[in-house]
Design a binder for this molecule. Structure first.
Ligand code: ARG
Length: 392
């Protein structure tokens, strides 16, 4: 029964493909010169044209690979797409256009390449970062999966690679959807597949797949907040779209901390969210702080922020008090972890706490109820939480 529904999905995809080709007219490359497939045979990637702006972070690399924008000047791609780590001005990245000949496309040359030193065909870990000579300011970025939560379901693949096994490269970006394939099942096709760092996707009957020239490009899906998240990097496969040979992708969730660490070294905080920087949540209700007693809290409910909180979560605190040295202040994340913002101090007799604290909250889910927890630990002076706010 499952196979049947997958087949139906595939037929639906094929039908979409036919419709798109008919409507748009021409998809460059030899695949479209041939009549559309009716038998889901092995010679078809099974994609349709992506709309301009649909996957804005997609990048085409001049060595014939794909990639995804990770930061304004970093492209995440496959290790097997680059030769080695080091300064490299030989790669051109094309961004911002589904048509590689679009007059409005944005191009940058590379300046540095980092190739995962642990990568080999026998170990997996097929990722690399390409640093651009200058940033594409405000570029769309594709956040990478940092947990295995999204390593299942249906994935989207996209690229300018061949639309058929052995076919030419494409001028227009193609996209398709492929279902997750379990490690166990993938191992039947590829006995040496590295289950810890690789993830497979494709239909049992084939017909839809990435292919030569798609390497390095992302495999992605929607996360729980309906934002795109990258789960794979196109790595390898036997031929393209053959029955029983799914595509194999570097498993981003397993590699994300190494990718993020290298990106941080290259000057970038991890792209944990797609949120515009600076989403602000504030609570202006006054909360009295009892003298020399238990802590009080003030809540901020955060919703609609994708992924984790930033490494530079800003906490603005405005407390009216007649002796601020009495106060111990914590920020409490939705899961209950506390971050100390301020300790008490018998010698700090100044009034009020009007301060901005920066908290590395990158291990905390952003959405949920955050608390400012304040305790007055000495007798006499009193005050109240006037307002506080969080900037993501
Ligand atoms: N290694 C190929 C490349 O360099 C990508 C292969 C993907 N193949 C597949 N059947 N999914 O472009």
């Amino acid at each position: 029964m499952r196979k049947l529904s997958k087949l139906q999905q595939a037929l639906a995809l094929a039908a979409t493909s036919i419709a798109a080709v008919a409507a748009v007219g021409v998809v460059a490359g030899q695949a479209t010169a041939a009549p559309p497939p009716t038998d889901m045979g092995p010679q078809v990637v099974g994609g349709t044209r992506a709309a301009q702006g649909e996957f804005p972070w997609m990048v085409r690399l001049s060595m014939g690979c794909g990639g995804a924008m990770y930061a304004d000047d970093l492209v995440l791609t496959a290790a097997h797409c680059v030769d080695s780590t080091g300064n490299n001005t030989g790669i051109t990245a094309t961004y911002g256009a589904v048509d590689l000949q679009d007059a409005n496309r944005v191009t940058r040359t590379s300046k540095y390449v980092y190739r995962n030193p642990g990568y080999s065909t026998s170990t997996g870990g097929d990722w690399a970062l390409i640093q651009l000579s200058s940033p594409i300011t405000g570029a769309a970025k594709l956040p990478i999966a940092t947990t295995t939560a999204y390593d299942s379901g249906t994935f989207t693949i996209a690229g300018w690679g061949a639309a058929s096994e052995g076919g030419a490269q494409e001028r227009y970006l193609l996209k398709a959807e492929v279902p997750f394939v379990s490690d166990t099942s993938c191992k039947t096709a590829y006995p040496s597949m590295k289950t810890a760092v690789e993830i497979c996707a494709g239909f049992t009957q084939g017909g839809t797949d990435t292919c030569q020239g798609d390497s390095g490009g992302p495999m992605f899906r929607r996360d729980n907040n309906n934002a795109w998240v990258q789960v794979g990097i196109v790595s390898y496969g036997r031929g393209c779209a053959r029955p029983n040979y799914p595509g194999v992708y570097a498993e981003v969730s397993a590699l994300s901390s190494a990718i993020a660490a290298k990106a941080a070294e290259l000057g970038h905080p991890p792209t944990s969210t797609t949120n515009p920087q600076g989403t602000v949540f504030e609570n202006t209700n006054d909360v009295q702080i009892p003298d020399n007693a238990g802590a009080v809290t003030s809540d901020i409910a955060v919703t609609g922020v994708t992924g984790n909180a930033p490494a530079t979560l800003k906490v603005d605190v405005n407390i009216v008090h007649t002796y601020r040295g009495d106060l111990v202040i914590d920020l409490v994340a939705p899961d209950g972890s506390a971050y100390r913002l301020k300790n008490s101090s018998t010698s700090d007799s100044a009034d009020n706490v009007i301060a901005t604290y920066t908290v590395n909250a990158s291990s905390e889910a952003a959405n949920g109820t955050w608390k400012l927890k304040v305790q007055d630990t000495y007798a006499q002076d009193v005050g109240y939480i006037n307002s506080w706010k969080l900037t993501f």
